[in-house]
Design a binder for this molecule. Structure first.
Ligand code: NI
Ligand code: MN
Length: 228
């Protein structure tokens, strides 16, 4: 069965791979761009990239309702445990683990990570997933541009999901430079147009990327899916 990636708006994604449902940074409640609500999504695993409210989002409630395992850095995974989430799996930057849905490595991200209640959330992360079928997907989540994206790109990416919103993360110019470092077959822009301060035109960005690189850009609307 083909993998399926759904963008729910902002940095919230759902990946179906190998029969598992992996939810990433599930921010529905209070997300003006959300295409569905927290009570409607299903998950076997929930990945949380960093502690900010627009990424922790509804993860506690969804994990409790679905019994999903929350995967994040050690500090955030411990925090989820303290919120009453039964199944957590702590990792940390540079470390990978073979989960049922694939081999997941936490990657560098240039950002913050304080949790919604002010708790220390460790360092922010991106995710590099090698699926059971050997496909490589990189989810940068919130980050500025960093040169080590070149190292991530050396893994040979089938797909990269990167922010273009500016203000809190890379903007369009740096996101274009990120594509040049990552050299993915396909890139999907996220973390834009949720709020006024991150308003961007994804189609003009897509045109620049396709003019200057050999990467194909897939622009989704919230709620739309792509089969990588
Ligand atoms: Ni953030
Ligand atoms: Mn964010």
């Amino acid at each position: 069965m083909a993998d399926k990636l759904t963008w729910y708006g902002h940095a919230t994604l759902g990946l179906e791979t190998g029969g598992y449902r992996v939810l990433i940074d599930p921010f529905f409640t209070g997300n003006p761009a959300a295409s569905t609500t927290a009570d409607k999504v299903e998950a076997d695993f929930i990945l949380v990239s960093h502690g900010h409210g627009d990424h922790v989002g509804d993860a506690v409630e969804i994990a409790k309702r679905t019994g999903a395992t929350v995967i994040s850095n050690f500090e955030i995974a411990t925090w989820f445990g303290a919120q009453g989430v039964e199944k957590t799996h702590p990792q940390h930057l540079g470390g990978g683990f073979k989960h049922p849905f694939g081999y997941l490595k936490l990657t560098l991200a240039l950002h913050g990570s304080a949790l919604p209640d002010g708790s220390y959330g460790g360092n922010p992360a991106g995710f590099l997933l090698t699926t059971n079928e050997g496909k490589k997907y990189y989810f940068a989540q919130d980050t500025g541009l960093f040169g080590d994206m070149k190292l991530i790109g050396e893994e040979g990416l089938d797909l990269a999901v990167i922010p273009i919103g500016d203000n809190f993360t890379m903007g369009p110019d740096d996101a274009l430079r990120a594509v040049k470092l990552l050299q993915p077959k396909v890139v999907i822009p996220i973390h834009y147009n949720t709020f006024d301060v991150i308003a961007q035109d994804p189609s003009s960005w897509a045109a620049r990327v396709e003019r200057e690189t050999s990467t194909r850009v897939v622009v989704l609307k919230p709620g739309e899916s792509y089969e990588p």
